[in-house]
Design a binder for this molecule. Structure first.
Ligand code: SF4
Length: 329
C-alpha cells in the first residue's frame, strides 16, 4: 500500500567555504494517515533541516537536496515545480514553528490571516472565509473567537498565538502537519494544552503529524513512532513503546536518562556530556564516539552498520555486531 509520506535516503547539503557540507545524510522514514512520528535530537542534529526539505523551504542558493526522494502518496515532491509545490504547502502539508510571532504578520488581525490562508486554497467569499476562520478559532480552543479574530498578534499571549498558528495550519485540512518544536517557547501548563489540542485535532480530522522536538518526554506523550537523529543521521527508530522499553543506541539511552525524574523531593538531572559535532567535522567512524560511554576501538575507525531488531526497530551501532546488518531507514 502506498504510504502517505515516504522519505528515502534523503541527503541535504549546505554550501560551505571548502565545498558542500552534508547536514542530513541518507535518512529514511515513512508516515501513515493519522499517525504521529516524532523526530528527536539535539540542536544541530538535522531534524529541522529535514522538515524544511519536506516543505521544499531550504534557503535557495545555500542548501539543496543532493540525493534521495520525498514522496507524498507516491508522488515525488522533489521533482515538483515551485508552482506545483505551492499547492502542496498549506493545502496538503502545513507547518507550525516554535515562535509564532515570526510566522504571523504583525500588522494584520488574526482573523484576516486565517481567512487569507483559507482563501489561498479555496474559492470562497471573504465573508464565508471569515466565518470559517472564527469557527476554526473556536475549534482550537479559543473562547470568544469572534473577539479574538479582531485582535492583532501582539495582543495575544504566546499560547494563544500558537493556537492561532494551529488554526492557520489546519485551515485547509492538511493531510500532514509538521510541528517544529511547537511548545518549546511555552510554559509547561500551556505546553500540555497545545499537545492536547494537536492530539484532539488529529483524532477529529485524521491528520498525520511529524513532531520535531529535542524532548523525548514530549514524544512519549504524543507519538506512535520515533526517529532519533544524531549528526545528520537517524541512529535509532521504532515504535515509541518499544524504543522506550528497550533503547538500543547509547545516544537514545542518554536522551532517556535526560528526561527529568522526580524521586521524592529530589530532582535528578542528567545531561549527555559534549556536543554534536559540526557537519564539516564529522569523524570517520561513529559520529557519537566522542560522547559515548561504550566506545570501542572499532567505533573510531569504522562507521557503524545498522541492525534490524524486528517490527521496524533499527539501530546504527557497533555494539550489536554486523551479521544482521539491515540498514537503518
Ligand atoms: Fe557508541 Fe560505538 Fe555504538 Fe557509536 S558505534 S554509539 S561509539 S558503541
Amino acid at each position: 500500500m502506498t504510504k502517505l509520506l515516504s522519505v528515502d535516503n534523503l541527503t541535504v547539503e549546505f554550501a560551505g567555504p571548502s565545498g558542500p557540507v552534508r547536514v542530513v545524510d541518507g535518512i529514511s522514514f515513512s508516515l501513515e494517515k493519522g499517525e504521529t512520528l516524532g523526530i528527536v535530537g539535539e540542536s544541530g542534529s538535522g531534524k529541522s533541516v529535514t522538515s524544511l526539505s519536506i516543505m521544499r523551504l531550504l534557503p535557495k542558493g545555500k542548501a539543496a537536496i543532493a540525493q534521495g526522494d520525498i514522496r507524498l502518496q507516491g508522488e515525488s515532491l522533489v521533482r515538483l515545480s515551485e508552482k506545483e509545490m505551492r499547492n502542496v504547502r498549506g493545502k496538503r502539508i502545513a507547518m507550525i514553528f516554535q515562535e509564532p510571532m515570526t510566522a504571523l504578520n504583525p500588522v494584520f488581525k488574526v482573523g484576516s490571516q486565517i481567512a487569507e490562508a483559507i482563501r489561498r486554497h479555496a474559492r470562497i467569499s471573504r465573508k464565508a472565509a471569515r466565518k470559517e476562520a472564527i469557527e476554526l478559532l473556536g475549534d482550537v480552543g479559543i473562547s470568544a473567537p469572534d473577539q479574538v479574530a479582531n485582535a492583532y498578534p501582539h495582543q495575544l499571549s504566546g499560547g494563544m498565538r500558537q493556537r492561532v498558528m494551529i488554526a492557520i495550519a489546519m485551515a485547509c485540512n492538511p493531510e500532514i502537519l509538521i510541528a517544529d518544536e511547537p511548545t518549546t517557547a511555552l510554559d509547561v501548563t500551556i505546553q500540555a494544552q497545545i499537545l492536547d489540542l494537536m492530539r484532539k485535532l488529529q483524532r477529529e480530522r485524521g491528520t498525520a503529524i511529524i513532531l520535531i522536538t529535542h524532548d523525548l518526554g514530549v514524544v512519549a506523550e504524543t507519538c506512535d513512532k520515533v526517529s532519533v537523529m544524531y549528526a545528520g543521521q537517524i541512529v535509532e527508530q521504532g515504535d515509541v513503546g518499544r524504543l522506550f522499553r528497550e533503547p538500543k543506541h547509547p545516544y537514545t539511552m542518554g536522551l532517556l536518562k535526560s528526561i527529568p525524574q522526580f524521586s521524592g523531593k529530589e530532582k535528578q538531572l542528567y545531561s549527555i556530556a559534549g556536543q554534536v559535532p559540526h557537519p564539516a567535522d564529522y569523524p570517520a567512524g561513529c559520529r557519537f564516539a566522542d560522547r559515548c560511554p561504550f566506545k570501542m576501538d572499532v567505533c573510531v575507525t569504522d562507521e557503524p552498520g545498522a541492525v534490524d531488531f524486528g517490527n521496524g526497530h533499527r539501530c546504527k551501532c557497533h555494539l550489536y555486531g554486523r551479521e544482521t546488518n539491515a540498514g537503518v531507514d
